[in-house]
Design a protein around this ligand. Structure first.
Ligand SMILES: *[C@@H]1O[C@H](CO)[C@@H](O)[C@H](O)[C@H]1NC(C)=O
Ligand SMILES: *[C@@H]1O[C@H](CO)[C@@H](O)[C@H](O)[C@H]1NC(C)=O
Length: 500
């Protein structure tokens, strides 16, 4: 098990490195993106399989509904004549050029304008000296460094998130080799006729193997997914369970808390209202208890057993597949992730079950199996004193006696400060209101992984990283003074705000 974890960890790191290499590649190419059309032209003219609409739920629902009425609801699947599938993933520049060749896929592209208020404030992240030093000495491939600041005041300088050009699209039905890029497409969804969904979240349609941008996006995993099709699906096409309409959000590793909550679930964020009103649509998902509880929170009036198809049942054939954009492994490379919208959805419902006035929790996450923080007790006692002095409450969130899902939700919703060693418990900050202070004790080289910094930034939280002095996988050792210094600084602001 331990060995497996190690392998998985290195795979995650590798995936993150690969994803980041893409960023480097993209930004160092230097050439400004070439616009396909003047902005007065409607994007709908690019290609008959693509429609560009504005990125709001009303428009999205309307268009999904129009497509819905025009498609057959009886599923059948024909193997490609060559017997071979071409794998396509949106991490690749030529993704939409391949997608455009398949008449069973229609794509809605969501367009935003600069005046859209879709963005929210993001705060400058801070590092203690130990983290800035670790980043300065960092020799890995991930371009983490450059902007590390130890000046905690800077956490209050909010910026608008930067919007990067993201997708390259085919020009027209001629499908020239030339690719074009738009900065204003924020996301997309495919509506697929007759697709086989396999339990890694991949959809086989026509001669394409459509892969969500996710932790699967590595050559060997893509190959394994292909082999899975030819060894276990191909000869049993007639026996596959058949469905009418299926919305797929499962991704590689989404049975794990972090990947499930932060990468898989946010794929739903634009479509909750659309799905809620239509009982015929089922969600294909990794059925963990946290996923079911999450779905029950955002679909309060639905019977979750009837809403979901568990990916455990294996591959299925669906007449109509809704395939929203995937979330990259570790969320690097996404400039806008659905995670902020998902967090707002949660907060809408959690807020209803919180007593007024809300508690002001300080949460200290305690790990007892892996990545055990050696200085836990010292920090706990320091936080306990601070909580008492300021009429707040310290909650030790320990992985050997985890509260229920709904208690966890309500707890993190009322948290003002979370202190934690690197680990999945931090994904619960999804339930917190924006503006939370997060102090994370990250692993030192070579285990450094800043995916929770990325999450905090996306969620509009304040992030402060401290590097462990040594250790990672079994135990971490931190300079307690660095942690105390950060706590003292942020608590002043929390108390000031609480009393104002
Ligand atoms: C499609 O785009 C190519 C490249 O710009 C152009 O040469 C061709 O005439 C266009 N075809 C149509 C049908 O507009
Ligand atoms: C929800 O659906 C399942 C499966 O159809 C059914 O067994 C169960 O009784 C339903 N629960 C409620 C509360 O209706």
């Amino acid at each position: 098990m331990k060995y497996l974890r190690k392998v998985m960890l290195s795979i995650i790191c590798l995936a993150v490195i690969m994803a980041l290499n893409h960023i480097v590649f993209d930004t160092t190419q230097g050439k400004p993106p070439k616009p396909a059309y003047k902005s007065s032209m409607r994007y709908v003219e690019i290609h008959s399989h693509f429609i560009t609409i504005s990125d709001n739920r009303f428009a999205i629902e309307k268009h999904l509904n129009e497509h819905r009425s025009g498609m057959s609801r009886v599923a059948h699947f024909i193997m490609p004549q060559s017997g071979i599938f071409k794998d396509v993933t949106s991490s690749r520049d030529d993704y939409f050029t391949h997608i455009a060749t398949e008449h069973n896929i229609k794509t809605l592209l969501f367009q935003t304008t600069d005046s859209d208020k879709d963005g929210h404030g993001v705060f400058q992240w801070i590092g203690s000296k130990s983290l800035c030093r670790a980043l300065g000495n960092y020799k890995g491939n991930i371009p983490y460094s450059n902007s590390c600041t130890t000046n905690m005041e800077e956490t209050f300088s909010a910026q608008r998130p930067e919007r990067k050009p993201r997708f390259k699209l085919p020009v027209n039905d001629t499908l020239t080799e030339e690719l074009f890029q738009w900065g204003t497409i924020s996301s997309f969804i495919h509506i697929i006729q007759n697709g086989i969904i396999s339990n890694d979240g991949v959809v086989f349609v026509g001669d394409l193997q459509v892969i969500p941008y996710s932790c699967l996006d590595r050559p060997e995993a893509i190959q394994a997914s292909k082999e899975h099709f030819s060894t276990t699906i191909k000869d049993k096409l007639d026996q596959l369970p058949r469905y009418g309409e299926v919305f797929v959000i499962t991704q590689f590793w989404s049975g794990e808390f972090y990947h499930g909550m932060v990468e898989s679930l946010p794929r739903l964020s634009r479509y909750i209202g659309f799905i809620d009103k239509r009982n015929d649509i089922k969600i294909y998902v990794a059925c963990t208890s946290f996923m079911k509880s999450s779905l029950q929170t955002i679909f309060p009036s639905r019977n979750i057993s009837e809403l979901v198809i568990c990916d455990k049942i294996g591959p299925i054939l669906a007449a109509r597949v809704y395939f929203p954009e995937g979330t990259p492994c570790g969320m690097y490379k996404s400039s806008q992730s659905g995670v902020y919208q998902m967090s707002r959805e949660f907060n809408k419902y959690i807020g209803l079950s919180i007593h007024i006035p809300p508690k002001n929790y300080i949460i200290l996450i305690k790990r007892t199996k892996h990545r055990i923080l050696v200085q836990h007790d010292v920090i706990a006692s320091f936080l306990n004193d601070i909580a008492k002095q300021n009429d707040m409450e310290l909650f030790i969130y320990a992985d050997d006696k985890l509260p229920s899902f709904s208690d966890t939700r309500n707890l993190f919703h009322q948290a003002r400060l979370v202190v934690a060693p690197h680990g999945a418990g931090l994904a619960n900050t999804l339930f917190s209101t924006p503006g939370l202070f997060v102090i994370e004790i990250v692993c030192n080289h070579p285990h450094l992984n800043l995916c929770y910094r990325q999450l905090a930034i996306f969620l509009g939280h304040h992030y402060h990283g401290v590097s462990s002095q040594f250790g990672c996988e079994s135990t971490l050792n931190v300079d307690v003074n660095e942690v105390k210094e950060a706590i003292q600084f942020y608590i002043k602001h929390i108390v000031k705000k609480k009393n104002s």
